[in-house]
Design a protein around this ligand. Structure first.
Ligand SMILES: Cc1cc2nc3c(=O)[nH]c(=O)nc-3n(C[C@H](O)[C@H](O)[C@H](O)COP(=O)(O)OP(=O)(O)OC[C@H]3O[C@@H](n4cnc5c(N)ncnc54)[C@H](O)[C@@H]3O)c2cc1C
Length: 595
């Protein structure tokens, strides 16, 4: 099958017809940019993605990295892709012109990155992790650390990782055991074990910069005692070149269901008591710094999941148009040819559901990136509001695309029938790759706790008020008769969310967090589906404004996907809302011994 890449018509719709990306060019930081410069960057990204990344997505999955003679060996195309990405400047797509970057708005940089993730999520991971780690160093490290590590990372000479997880502490970072002992020269010696570290060993560059969470003995308990360290694979000499090997050892490669092109490593720090690390920023602030990286990464995880949902859908669509099977129920004349399976109502159900999930997930991700631009370049009040809204929405932007992008991939396999279950067709790999997304960067369960336990109450609930205000502004701006029923249905959800929130708050006060948070997942579903419905209202409102004849099918497709979502999907979460209001205790009532 031919490769599926993020379609430029779909991108133009999200960036310029649903969102107001054009208005960003009026801001000083982006004044050098226009639709033309964004389109030019996208042209380059698309060409590179097709030529250097799409070629080995399946090969790198079949031949995953191996540990041979003390080195990680991977397919040569992975390094060629990494180098080409760096050479084309995409690692610095958001950095300022002075730093040699493209100074793109985040939303445009994300669109470019989306080209690569869509065709090969594993090979892009090395560059994305490096950019995210470099960002943390840029924002929080001392000038000395910046001088030594930032430039080589931005030039792709050093790659980056984030090393949080330990064998006994994944979701619960408060319990990490890695220790960092201060030395007279201001450095630290680290000791501990990390697991699942993506890109933790590779031969793509001259050095690897691990950003490691560890505790300094004598510090506060729990997450308040976590600090962040730069731990290089090779220590740097006076000139900043990689010197002696640091005491970071690859304990083993982990073999995974998907994302096989990205090395997944178990690392041992300080087995020989000689692992040098350098504190980033202040002691005990590590989780706060890492959260900056993780919040970016979380929107990115959601976007990656959306792209895989989209990719599976486009494969399924192509297949359904070609595959002939059966006849209509009212036309069982065997002398007539069979029909393409897209003619069958149930296949259309599978396709329309995928479209509704994948394109809502894309819209949601781009909305998140647009908020980042508002935070960074908007007027003071608007920037503060965007920050609150993004903070509130991060659990949704991470988990909704991850859960529903994956469901879309499951349906893509169904559209292919038996062929979908074989390795001859790409949809099984898409599903396997996407299966990671509800797990890493905080599991869906943990994000449910975060949303209901923390995010909705922050700043006295201002984030939720902002969200309701934004939704109502779109409801009130809906004028086309075809979209009015969507606006009415969406508006009706707001009091339900409010009632569920209030009931949860009361439960929290009366019975404490253990009971109140037991339905965190239902709350996440409720808010997630409402945000997805909001994205469909916004897309429908934009679609009805398209008046060129060549856009007619595109616009009708958008309206039908919105119709599906409002008729079949949004009502599903009314049950979640009711169970929250009822303070349902089913999961608490089920005793562990009764399973
Ligand atoms: C392919 C891959 C790549 C990864 N890359 C990295 C990386 O680069 N760096 C890194 O540091 N880590 C990485 N991780 C680790 C990842 O972030 C963790 O797997 C994840 O945070 C979950 O931790 P865990 O696996 O220990 O699961 P656990 O924390 O043991 O969770 C198991 C289950 O219990 C649930 N659970 C746990 N605690 C609670 C709770 N308090 N309330 C309700 N439910 C709970 C979870 O939701 C989950 O369903 C990666 C993982 C994978 C699989």
């Amino acid at each position: 099958m031919s490769d599926v890449i993020l379609d430029r018509r779909d991108l133009r719709f999200q960036l310029f017809e649903v969102l107001d990306t054009d208005t960003l060019f009026e801001r000083e930081r982006f004044a050098e940019h226009s639709r033309d410069t964004i389109e030019a960057a996208l042209d380059t990204a698309e060409k590179l993605a097709r030529e250097k990344f799409a070629d080995h997505n399946s090969l790198a999955d079949k031949e995953e990295p191996q540990f041979v003679d003390g080195k990680v060996v991977m397919r040569p195309e992975v390094k060629a892709a990494f180098d080409a990405y760096i050479d084309a400047g995409f690692l610095s797509s958001r950095a300022s012109f002075e730093e040699g970057g493209m100074q793109l708005p985040d939303i445009a940089a994300a669109a470019c990155k989306g080209m690569f993730t869509c065709v090969n999520p594993s090979s892009t991971a090395y560059a994305f992790l490096t950019a995210a780690a470099a960002n943390v160093i840029r924002n929080f490290a001392s000038d000395d650390l910046k001088a030594r590590y930032l430039e080589p990372m931005m030039q792709g000479r050093f790659t980056g990782t984030m090393a949080l997880t330990e064998p006994h502490a994944g979701s619960s970072l408060a319990d990490i055991r890695t220790r960092a002992v201060p030395q007279d020269d201001g450095s630290y010696r680290l000791k501990g074990n990390k697991i699942f570290i993506s890109g933790g060993e590779n031969e793509l560059a001259d050095n690897i910069v691990h950003l490691v969470l560890a505790k300094i003995p004598g510090g506060p308990e729990g997450v308040k005692g976590i600090s962040l360290f730069v731990v290089p694979k090779y220590r740097l000499d006076e000139q900043g070149n990689p010197g002696p090997r640091n005491d970071v050892i690859l304990a083993g490669l982990i073999h995974k269901l998907g994302y096989r092109g990205t090395t997944s490593t178990a690392l041992t720090f300080g087995d020989n008591d000689d692992c040098h690390g350098y504190l980033v920023g202040e002691a005990h602030q590590g989780l706060r710094y890492m959260f900056q990286m993780m919040n970016e990464a979380r929107v990115g995880v959601g976007f990656g999941a959306a792209l895989l949902g989209y990719r599976g859908y486009r494969y399924a669509l192509d297949y359904a148009r070609d595959r002939l099977q059966g006849r209509h129920p009212d036309a069982a004349d065997f002398s007539k040819p069979m029909v393409p399976i897209i003619e069958h109502a149930d296949v259309r159900r599978l396709l329309l559901t995928q479209k509704a999930y994948a394109e809502a997930a894309l819209a949601m991700s781009f909305y998140g990136y647009r908020l980042v631009d508002e935070i960074e370049s908007g007027e003071a009040q608007s920037s503060r509001d965007a920050e609150l809204l993004l903070d509130l929405l991060t659990p949704v932007l991470k988990t909704w695309p991850s859960e529903y992008g994956l469901k879309a991939n499951d349906m893509a396999i169904q559209v292919f029938g038996g062929a979908g279950y074989t390795r001859e067709y790409p949809v099984e790999q898409v599903w396997r790759d996407n299966r990671l997304n509800p797990i890493h960067e905080g599991t869906t369960g943990v994000h449910g706790l975060d949303l209901l336990g923390r995010k909705v109450w922050q700043a006295n609930g201002k984030g939720m008020q902002l969200l309701a205000g934004k939704i109502m502004a779109d409801v009130e701006a809906t004028s086309d008769a075809r979209c009015k029923p969507f606006a009415t249905a969406l508006q009706a959800m707001l009091p339900k969310i409010q009632a569920a929130t209030q009931a949860s708050g009361k439960l929290m006060a009366d019975k404490g967090p253990r009971v109140a948070l037991s339905n965190g997942n239902a709350y996440l579903q409720l808010v997630g589906h409402t945000v997805a419905a909001w994205m469909w209202l916004r897309q429908a409102n934009a679609a009805v404004k398209l008046d060129r004849p060549e856009d007619e099918d595109f616009a009708n497709g958008k309206l039908m996907a919105a119709t599906y979502f409002f008729r079949w999907e949004l009502p599903r979460v009314e049950l979640d809302a009711q169970r929250l209001v009822d303070a349902d205790s089913t999961f608490m009532d089920m005793d562990s011994r009764w399973f």
